[in-house]
Design a protein around this ligand. Sequence first.
Ligand code: DHB
Length: 509
Amino acid sequence: MSINKFFFPTILSALIVGCAMPLQANDCDKLLFAPAVSKQVVLTMPSRENVAYTAYENIFYVANIENSTYQTLNIYVPETLNRGDSTPIFLRTYIGGYMATTAKSPSASDATGRALKDGYVVCIPGSRGANSTVSRNGKTIYTGTAPNGLLDIKAAIRYLRYNDALIPGTAERIIIDGTSAGGAMSALVGTTGDRPEFDEYLSKMGAAPTSDKVFASVCYCPITDLNHADMEYEWLYGCTNNGVRHLDAEQIIISNELAAECPAYINSLKLTDESDNLITSDNYKEYLKTFLIASAHKALEEGCEIPDTIGIIRFAEKPDFGGFPARDGNGDGRGAPSFGPAGMRPAFNNKTDYVTDIDLDKYLSYVASVTPLKTPPAFDQYGVLIDIPTPENKVFGNAEGTPSNFTEFSLRHRLHDNRATLGKDLMNRIFIMNPMNFISENATSVAPHWFIRHGAKDRDTSFLVPINLATRLKNSGFDVNFFLPWNRPHSGDYNLDDLFGWIDSITKK
Ligand code: DHB
């Protein structure tokens, strides 16, 4: 829809009539896109190219605002829309650490700037999080405990769709992008579109009465599957407990107990590989190795030097790189790995022969030596061995700001009060914050397209988390582009040529 139709009366009245209960009629007015001000901005990209766009900012996306600092969104419309009225909307969440985020403006150094340059409409919503508070009757109220951050993004999406006739681009092509806790939100938004579990919450907030489905989810290193992440971490990294990890005796007991719970979980997923073989706890590590081998292999193909000293990858024959440079870190202008300019890539005759296997334990020790591992339990840590809450304990906390455990395991292992139970409300919150619970064959709540990345040396969560997410999505019939980029730590919005090439391909269909 083009901008000159903002005040087109027929469209406005049609939208107001279309507003269903429980919103009041004047709530519908509040949710209409009618910005009083816009500004013209020029963003200079790292390539020095100037990208001109119009900014519409500080727009409230719910009728019942609880936290005015965070419950707003910004919309950015490039001068040239790449697909006219059918231009996709690139929605970037800046949630990190399960914390609140304000609505931000585009950055030349991440995917938002690139999206504008490529002619996409960009939306950047704020959202409440573990640290957002308001003061009520002299009391501090925590407003962003789970699932409120997720609800805010859903409400922002509903706002875009509700105003689809008024906002340039199409809400039927929303692509959500996030990193880490933001990657988890992207996965949740992408799996829970229009799920009834969220209806009551959203209607209480005064979210627009329309669909919150998205077209595609981009998940960089999603910190998700939180209620299984501890066991997945220990099952994978337990091999380092007596080596590089330096755990004490008590920690090793916790680690071993957690690891012992993981096989039953892996087997319960009933995942299958590309050849339809069942993936079980017995063959899972071989499955994981296929992704790491593909990653190392691609890096070699692209001219990356993988030193023998990390002792991880065995070559059938050591390639001679003839002095090709290691990555220079500046390939796409954002510190992403650039594995050497394409023209300098070594020509392999039989590329698939070079990486034959990985000694997984050694490789995991290498990962742990680059960034020290989390101590067990890695996520639901509060009250188990130490009393320090993690971001996850905080986001599952209550309105008074008291953190909470979110696994039966950690509750049982609390130092002081190990008889506490999760309770029905908390169990429901934990359930709806796990995207794995919403993926089934051709589920209508699930976005059709997925781009998932987790760095091959990212230890913030176990490799099992992104692999299970990607595999379950693929097994359920969805389009999944998944990779563990070599030598990547915990990070997002890298290799933007890859990402935007993929976005171009899915939005052309
Ligand atoms: C993030 C990182 C973590 O290791 C974690 O446990 C939660 C969130 C983050 O970067 O968003």
